[in-house]
Design a protein around this ligand. Structure first.
Ligand code: SF4
Length: 341
């Protein structure tokens, strides 16, 4: 259950990657992977983060954890500004903030046993000794926590299915009792039949342990069940942020409306009537983002001001933030003409 106090505040966070060219490696611009995003995450909350491939969501997750050093802005965790911390201070805080990766096939060292993979963070941070009974007990406890037989600790990653490998990754992330985990597309590489099991496991763990998640995914259907609130990103910026149900029932940003129209519903009658709004073209390059509203090159509602003036990210209803000139209390940015599938 999410509490009201902010565990983490992200304030105008930016991460630019320099583009270097020529013989002398001169900087010839920058890729604005994350370009001024702001939101907070409460204790025990899941904030879903969605957007197309390349919109900067994974970079945002890494910049929040300082795995990529931010170009600007602030990350406040439990009242402390990470951007002002030394490397050593960050290292000491690392156990509190962990990450689960997208590809369980690629992120677990194939030469390491499950015991080594899950127990390694405890050894690295000096909390338990290699070969100790205490470490053995903790690894067994963590495997049970993620629904695996502790006897598996002597096995190796290739002996497991994708879902089981992701459980091992989750056990490793939980080993240091974190308060916050960035989950970078943790179910995208799994079979659809396994995705729900992993999401359910993560929800159960959150209830037991009170951990908060930033749950990154490329479409809304993947974050629908686990998120308390959802933030929608496009070209390095936040387009909309709202409670989960509000975002699905009353999306105000045209981009969110497009993503939402792609989410299938379980009701066959509703599903048959569902009209899908498909965006034209590809997202522009973050190395050369459009002026004004970054979405204007694909937005069916764009007006002249959208090409020159960047919309303010503002609170339209309590807790519902949108970056669109046309959004208002009555939902003025609704796409009325839809194209069908
Ligand atoms: Fe579309 Fe303009 Fe709103 Fe951007 S500001 S989403 S271009 S209507």
């Amino acid at each position: 259950m999410a509490e009201n106090t902010a565990l983490l505040q992200v304030i105008n966070l930016r991460k630019y990657f320099p583009i270097v060219s020529g013989m002398f490696s001169r900087q010839a611009g920058a890729v604005r992977a994350v370009d001024g995003i702001s939101f907070d995450i409460k204790r025990g909350e899941t904030l879903g983060m969605v957007g197309e491939s390349g919109c900067g969501k994974s970079t945002a997750g890494r910049a929040i954890l300082h795995l990529h050093k931010p170009t600007g802005g602030q990350v406040i965790f439990e009242g402390r500004d990470l951007t002002a911390m030394s490397g050593e201070e960050l290292r000491l805080l690392r156990p509190k903030m962990q990450m689960i990766f997208q590809d369980p096939y690629a992120t677990l060292n194939p030469r390491h046993s499950v015991k080594k993979i899950v127990g390694e963070p405890l050894i690295i941070h000096g909390l338990m000794k290699k070969g100790s009974g205490e470490l053995n007990d903790r690894v067994a406890e963590l495997l049970e926590l993620v629904g695996m037989d502790p006897a598996y600790m002597r096995r190796f990653p290739h002996e497991f299915s994708g879902g089981q490998r992701q459980r091992i990754g989750i056990a490793r992330a939980l080993s240091l009792n974190p308060d916050f985990i960035v989950c970078d597309e943790p179910i995208s590489a799994l079979d659809v039949s396994i995705q729900a099991q992993v999401v359910n496991l993560m929800q159960d763990l959150q209830e037991q342990l009170g951990v908060a998640y930033l749950f990154i995914a490329h479409d809304l259907s993947m974050v629908k069940h686990i998120s308390h609130r959802i933030v929608v990103m496009y070209l390095g910026k936040v387009m909309e942020l709202a409670e989960r149900n509000t975002l699905f029932d009353d999306p105000l940003h045209p981009y969110t409306q497009s993503l939402n129209s792609a989410v299938p519903t379980p009701n066959p009658k509703v599903e048959r009537a569902r009209q899908r709004f498909i965006l034209e073209g590809d997202p522009p390059s973050p190395a050369n983002p459009p002026s004004g509203c970054v979405f204007h090159t694909r937005c069916p509602l764009a007006v002249a001001a959208c090409m020159t003036d960047e919309p303010e990210f503002r609170e339209i209803h309590p807790g519902h933030f949108v970056a669109c000139h046309l959004a208002d209390e009555k939902g003025g940015s609704k796409i009325e003409v839809v194209s069908t599938r």
